[in-house]
Design a protein around this ligand. Sequence first.
Ligand code: HEM
Length: 366
Amino acid sequence: MQHSQASSAWRTVQRLSLAGFGLCAVVVLAGAATRLMDAGLGCPDWPGCYGAPLVPDADRAQAHSPGVPLEATKAWMEMLHRYLAAALIAVALLLAMHGARLRHRHPDYPWRLTLGLLAALMLQGAFGAFTVTFKLWPQVVTLHLLGGLSVMAMFLWLHLCLRRLAVGTSASVRPRRLTSLWRLTLLSLVLQLALGGWTSSNYAGIACQGFPTCNGHWVEALDWGEGFHLTQAVGPSYLYGQLHAEARSAIQVGHRLGAGALLACLLMLAWRHGRERVVRPWLVLAVGVGLAQAALGVANVLLWLPLWLALLHTAGAVCLVASLALAAWHWRWSSREAAPRSFERLTRIASPVGRPAGRPAGCRSG
Ligand code: HEM
């Protein structure tokens, strides 16, 4: 009886972490749609909209904020993003509640990761509020995007940890430490995501016509100083951007150069570790997603950023984060084990939960 209760608790946390990962991806995409539909200031206040939990009618909105006329579609888009984010916080709280009980039964339960995830999500909520109060200041919008993708990666990592614990792998197995090349690749991913957020929050997506040159030039007519002036003044509002054309072009070119650096790192990683059977499929996936993401970026420039294509580009970023996290996970855990064929390993990871664990080596995070 006790064993079956433990099994169902393990299953619950695994499902919750997976649901959190999927829901977080949806929240990131809803945030991108909000930004792309210029709906980021659809509600002038936070957490309510014109002081109400649901989008009010025009009269009530007028009474609440006379200077900000209601645009119902934009307001609903913004509120949808907030409702989804609230649901995500609920998932993280449930995970913490279940984790608080399970960690006493299992010394390797990833409790610190669970708490870190909850803290990151709270911070992310605060940044959601700042995007409104700071009137879409690009610094805040960019950090909000990075935060969303980080929380998503944390949900995925937690899920992988929990699956590993449930399988009950031998305690003698230790994860590999990430090498400099792995760290460089992860760093260049974070920088490229930040550059992407900077591009969209400064409305620099179509600052350059043409590819690979920018408005017919390689390096002329780019104002790097203004484009990357990170301590620029706040306000009055960054809706549609405040920078002049040359500054926006510099941002767009910076994002292209960042893509080149990231792809180079991914290719080096694949070349260095591509022969390792366990990690090969994940690296191939990450490189494939990286190339597709670059192609989507170029298509966005050439087709003048249609909404659906811009959303696909954000979805590509989500997939790239997930695939690189999966590759890093499999690389970390692959070396000290007799390397099984990737198919066998996949089925082993997907095997039923709740086995008596002995003292399995999970994520030693607390
Ligand atoms: C391969 C690595 C790349 C990654 C990881 C990446 C990532 C991103 C991210 C995260 C955003 C912000 C999306 C948002 O705010 O929702 C973005 C925006 C953008 N990226 Fe990329 N990108 C890559 C390559 C490229 C390339 C090669 C180009 C073009 C030549 C490009 C063009 C754009 C444009 C035009 C935007 C602005 C979209 C908007 O305004 O919403 N990207 N990118």
